[in-house]
Design a protein around this ligand. Sequence first.
Ligand code: GLA
Ligand code: GLA
Length: 667
Amino acid sequence: MSGLERQAVRGIGYGGDYNPEQWPEATWAEDIGLMAEAGVNLVTVGVFSWSRLQAAPGELTADWLDRVLDLLAAAGIAVDLGTGTASPPPWLVTAHPEILPVTVDGRRLAAGGRQHYCPSAPAFRAAAVELADRMARRYAGHPAVTMWHVGNEYGCHVPACYCDRSAEAFREWLRARYGEPGALNEAWGGAVWSQDYTSWDQVQPPRTAPTYANPAQQLDFARFSSGELLACYRGERAAIAAHDPGTPVTTNFMGLSRVVDQFRWAADVDVTSVDSYPDPADPEAHLFSAMNCDLTRSVGGGRPWMLMEQAPNAVNWRAVNVPKAPGQYRALSLQAVARGGDAVLSFQWRAAATGAEKFHSGMLPHAGTDSRVWREVTGLGADLGRLAPVAGRLVPAEAAILHDWESWWALEMDSHPSRLRLGELLREFYRPLFESGVTADFAHPESDLSGYRLVLVPALYLVSDAGADNVGRFAAAGGTVAVSFFSGIVDTSDRIRLGGYPAPWRDLLGLRVEEFAPLPEGATVRLDGAPETDQDRAGRVWQDVIDLRGADPVLRYAEGHLAGQAAVTRHPYGRGEAFYLGTLPDPATLRGLVRLACDRAGIEFRTDLPPGVEAVRRGDQLFVISHLDRPVELDLGGKSRDLLTSDIVGPAVVLGPRGVLVLAARD
Ligand code: GLA
Ligand code: GLA
């Protein structure tokens, strides 16, 4: 289509996945009219369209897509164009059954769902790159195409493939990493359980074994598998760049999901994007989604990012699919903007009538426009239009939570002192920051920490020498650090760092952990220490047996065989200070400790926010978002103009259920 300017999204992007191929062409004009009504300016097209883009190997059969893109361009709606490679079509599977992935226990998965491909399969990679190449050649420069969307949620259904071809690729990867089998034996602990390899062809993926598979082998396989998926992404990205080098490329990450090492992918993703599906049945859904936002911003190095998918209402894939409460779609969408998002998209535009996802909500529900969801969708479009001045602005963060996918993989392997789940622990440490208006990034342990005042280190089980030194240097230079139990335990090959835990941080923390004493599931241990409180304090999950070597106890165990011994400590280090938590304190106690650390770090820790109300600064605005289903009184400390209503509000204000204010921030 000629004569049209290339679409640029002005202000905040708004829209969703648009799958017009699932509908008769007569529906498309209605779609476009309703998109205009809702303020939609950005849609994702073609993500799962392979069988309609290529009915057989070779040329594109995409006249329909030409017409869709032309219609969208004429309506001024920008397109995030999928390469369409996330679901191989039946003709490809029939010609190359070897592309079907194999599970850890040796079952070959069938086609008929989606994402049924082995990332190491040459036939899959070649076909995907060929499709991406044809798409880029055909649509480079199309006025609607604003960005490219490669694949979809890499690793979602098939995080790793254990087939023979994957085994071969794994061996090549290991050979490049270790050079010769002796070095691999050293790294993997080959002397344990008679696992020394004498030639590469003996090495296999960590398939289901009679008992625990070698943990270092599992860890390397997780690294390898994330890398194979990245290689798939890179292949398509390069094919696009050959024809359309100036247009940004993304793929949608899954937030707090273990499968791919997003920090390693980051350099290849021009705009970071996330699919975020908090469970409306979770009273802390807003906490989970906030973590996804902050993680995605952090993976993108602080730059604006996109909420690529969320559900406008219920999903279809939980056992029970609770709808979003009235106003929840809006509050969580504006949360994404508050935390640095420049686009708010949903899966999907029009709720499907056929197929596996027909009970997943859409922006345009089965009931049509006379519906709560549609009214909320148009309302949000109007709100986002008013937030245009916020687009492109940055979110300052004074605190960081260290996060590393490699450590996550290693932490959650079996055969450990206790069953720790990183997602749960991150939430525990994130909660007090969220509740007190302290914005946090998630930072890789080896990244530059000099911009932060406070660094939390929850269960960073695996740490490299460089990461360990980095944390020490941060504290020496004046930073405040709070390290939890089961951090700094192993090196990058999952080998214990000896001499008392956490070996790389004993000097930093002024202590040595002599042994672990995890608590039975659900059990607690009483804690005491100054200042006295009315409430009992308790530790959960874990106890470390701490040998003080200069640290001062902050809390002690008050019962059990560790009674009287230190449970939480602090220790000056260089110009900074390091706290250590040998147990997981109850939420109120943990909040008090995080407050102590914030005070030490010189970070404002707000105590005036009612639980369930968040306050986040972005650029010159302060977003105040209630996630409560009842009105709440707030003291804003002065008068301010609300960007959403243009009203002057404050100092006292009653915020309605799930109400949002976007105020001029005071410095
Ligand atoms: C069994 C095995 C040992 C060791 C112990 C661990 O007894 O024989 O090799 O694995 O379990 O408890
Ligand atoms: C994922 C996928 C989408 C859709 C949604 C449903 O995010 O990327 O294609 O299946 O889940 O929630």
